[in-house]
Each structure stands twice: as structure tokens, then as C-alpha cells.
Design a protein around this ligand. Structure first.
Ligand SMILES: [Zn+2]
Length: 301
């Protein structure tokens, strides 16, 4: 499951020669043109999906791609590209690169990327408050600078704030210095807002290189991806978001969702699904916790 987005991203990156560091594909996967069928790694079984590519920093839409995601549900193909699999990264960087928590306890973590976004983040926070559930938000520095009150609210309401880069850069295409600047610059925005330097980094698209993990380890960061992908960035209906989570959840899971995105992205399915996801998981005996709680680590660096 976790390889799907990566494989798809690599495929699309190669296919379209996307230069992503300056643009923002608002998902952890990537936009696909309408006439393409996703590679065999696709998780898609929906036909009503859309993806948007936009500039975050400039908030300027560049392109939007409608996707005929009629690919069938298949298993992930092995990654044959130069990129290193998450399994290998987890093995080589234990405690520094993680995709889930301990499997022995019935706990799971809700995570929301591409925030803050005034259209959706407040609504997600409202639902979490109503159910007294704490989650983890992976914040973009550029958006935090524009909507600081939403970041402060996350902190005030007991959620964990993590670093999702400054402008949704694709780390695997950055120099080490460019990568470092994405993290440090975001850190400089977040620290005064929340009172600590976030320990957790979620790489956009889940893509990270070994050298970057070495830097993360030296500097006290933990890079956290996911093992459950709601695929909600595709503007899915709530029932599909719920299904995507329900079919892959297991003890220790880290669930990827979005509470922000590009101008053409509709995350109302995510907002609508959230109360039902919380009730569903709790009815199955899951305790919903933040990523630091799940991993037994401090949210602060
Ligand atoms: Zn993202």
C-alpha cells in the first residue's frame, strides 16, 4: 500500500518531467493527465477524481489535471527505479524513518497534510474537538506564514504540529542545502507560533533520500510517512475515504489524510468522513493518538 504513491509519483515524474520543487502537487502523490491510466501500482478504483498542481508560495494555480482513475485495484509493483523502498529505509534508519508505530497495541494516528488551509483545516479541527481526538498536522511553512492563527489553534487544542517543508518541495530532487533550507525555514515559521521546534518531518509525496535521513538523524528529527493512505487528495466522496482507511488499518497504523490542498481540490469528503472514521475506528477498539504518542517520542526536537 505504502509504495503506491511513491511508485505513482516516480512514474509521473518521469512521464511528465515535472519540476516539483517550485510547485505543489497537492497530495502525497502526483497529478496525472486525463489520458493516462495509472501504472499497475495504483490504488484507484474511482472515476470521479481530480488532482491539482499549484504554486503554494505564490498561491498561484498553474495547471489542473483531471484524472480518469479507472485503474483497477492491484497490488503494488516492486520498485525498479533508483529510489529506495520505504522498507529498506525503515531497516537502514530505524527510529529515523518510520511508517507506523508498534503493532502490539491497538492504537492509530490520524495525520493531516498540506495545512493550514482556511477552507478545510478549521473544519477538521472542529470535528476533532467534538470527538476529543488529537491528531498530527504536517504544516507547510509558506501556508503557516499566511495563516498563523490556524497553526496556533492546532497547538492550543492539543494536536501535534510537524514539518511538511516550506513549499511542498520534492526532496528527492533537491540538493542537500535546498533540502535543509526547506526544513529550517519552516521551522523558523513554526517555532514562534507553537513554542517548539517540531521533531517530525513528513516529506511531500513521502519521498526522502538516505543522505537527508542522515541529516535528520544528526539534527534530532524523525521522518514519518504512513501505512494507510486514504487517497483523499483525489477529492473522493466520504464513503471512499472511509473504505480506503477501513481496508488497510491495523494496530500501529499512521493514516494519511489532507486538511488542505490546491484550489481545485475538494476535501469536503474528508471533512464529512472524519466523524465516521473516528467512530468506526473507536468501535473497532482503536485509541486514536498523535504520532509522538504512538511512537513514544516527544513532539519537540
Ligand atoms: Zn503534502
Amino acid at each position: 500500500m505504502k509504495l503506491h504513491a511513491l511508485t505513482r509519483l516516480l512514474f509521473v515524474t518521469l512521464l511528465l518531467n515535472i519540476t516539483i520543487p517550485t510547485s505543489f502537487v497537492s497530495s502525497e502523490a502526483a497529478a496525472v493527465p486525463s489520458n493516462r491510466v495509472l501504472p499497475s501500482s495504483s490504488t484507484a478504483n474511482h472515476s470521479d477524481t481530480a488532482a491539482a498542481v499549484h504554486e503554494t508560495a505564490a498561491a498561484q494555480e498553474t495547471t489542473a489535471a483531471q484524472e480518469t482513475a479507472n485503474a483497477n485495484e492491484t497490488t503494488a509493483a516492486p520498485r525498479r527505479s533508483a529510489a529506495i523502498s520505504w522498507v529498506t529505509l525503515e531497516r537502514n534508519y530505524p527510529g529515523v524513518f518510520v511508517t507506523h508505530g508498534p503493532r502490539g497495541k491497538r492504537k492509530a494516528a490520524l495525520t493531516f497534510d498540506d495545512v493550514p488551509d482556511p477552507r478545510y483545516t478549521g473544519k477538521v479541527l472542529d470535528v476533532l474537538a467534538r470527538y476529543h481526538v488529537q491528531a498530527t498536522f504536517f504544516v507547510l511553512g509558506s501556508l503557516a506564514a499566511r495563516h498563523p492563527a490556524l497553526v496556533k489553534r492546532m497547538q492550543r487544542e492539543g494536536h501535534t504540529v510537524g514539518n511538511h517543508s516550506y513549499n511542498h518541495a520534492l526532496f528527492s530532487q533537491l540538493s542537500q542545502e535546498q533540502f535543509r533550507r526547506q526544513i529550517v525555514r519552516t521551522d523558523a515559521v513554526l517555532t514562534p507560533l507553537i513554542g517548539y521546534s517540531p521533531r517530525f518531518i513528513r516529506p511531500p509525496y513521502g519521498e526522502v533520500r538516505p543522505k537527508q535521513l542522515q541529516w535528520a538523524r544528526r539534527n534530532g528529527y524523525i521522518v514519518v510517512n504512513w501505512d494507510v493512505d486514504s487517497v483523499d487528495w483525489r477529492s473522493l466522496r466520504s464513503r471512499t475515504v472511509i473504505l480506503n482507511i477501513r481496508k488497510t488499518i491495523q494496530p500501529g497504523s499512521i493514516i494519511l489524510q489532507h486538511a488542505g490542498g490546491g484550489p481545485t481540490q475538494d476535501l469536503s469528503g474528508t471533512v464529512e468522513a472524519l466523524p465516521r472514521i473516528i467512530r468506526l475506528l473507536q468501535s473497532k477498539g482503536y485509541e486514536l493518538v498523535t504520532v509522538p504518542e504512538l511512537l513514544g517520542a516527544s513532539p519537540e526536537r
